[in-house]
Design a binder for this molecule. Structure first.
Ligand code: SF4
Length: 200
């Protein structure tokens, strides 16, 4: 059987967040998520049944039509699926595979970079947090700082730590985030520059 995945959208853009901010990247957004973040900006991804199944081959062909070196698998929640066939095909073709996940499901796939953005609505798994290259905590209210520190205790020593304001709370949270980062300089600020740029 040809492996397929439910895909909400694919696009070639600029990574707007975290350590790879500013890098050209091809995005594959898997459909399906049951984490239920109240501020989710891709709620249309939640119901996988609303989106087409696509073969790994067709996704790979589309990636090859771009000049990208990096393919970012995002969602939705990609780890609801076995990511091994897709990531193996991409790495075999020479691409770097990056994952964006809430870590709510067990890790599958072969990854060059794992960004974990844990969510309060469905707890992250310890074993996925431990494999993160980058921890990105979305700051929606003041209690998220303590929550960020709690999850930072579960990542590896080399893991990069980012705070990112939730888009609608940015003006309110940025002064508090600046203060937190000045007191905890191991944390860095991530802004969603693709939203400032008006691109996906
Ligand atoms: Fe939305 Fe991501 Fe939260 Fe799922 S994990 S509800 S896709 S923000």
């Amino acid at each position: 059987m040809i492996p397929t995945l439910p895909i909400m959208e694919t696009f070639y853009s600029i990574q707007g967040e975290g350590f790879y901010q500013g890098h050209a990247a091809f995005f594959i957004r898997l459909a399906g998520c049951d984490v239920g973040c109240v501020w989710c900006d891709v709620k249309e991804s939640w119901d996988a049944g609303q989106h087409k199944l696509r073969s790994i081959d067709s996704l790979l062909d589309e990636v090859k039509s771009s000049e990208t070196e990096i393919v970012i698998i995002t969602g939705g929640e990609p780890l609801m699926y076995d990511c091994s066939p897709l990531t193996t095909a991409l790495q075999t073709a020479g691409y770097k595979t990056h994952l964006e996940t809430s870590a709510a499901y067990a890790l599958s796939g072969q990854w060059d970079w794992i960004c974990v953005s844990p969510k309060k609505f469905k707890a992250p798994l310890d074993e996925v947090l431990a494999k993160a290259n980058e921890l990105k905590v979305v700051v929606y209210n003041k209690s998220d700082f303590d929550w960020a520190l709690k999850h930072a205790a579960g990542v590896s020593e080399d893991c990069l730590l980012y705070l990112q304001p939730e888009w609608s709370k940015e003006k309110e949270m940025l002064p508090l985030m600046t203060d937190f980062i000045q007191k905890n300089p191991q944390w860095k600020l991530s802004l969603q520059i693709h939203k400032y740029m008006g691109v996906r």
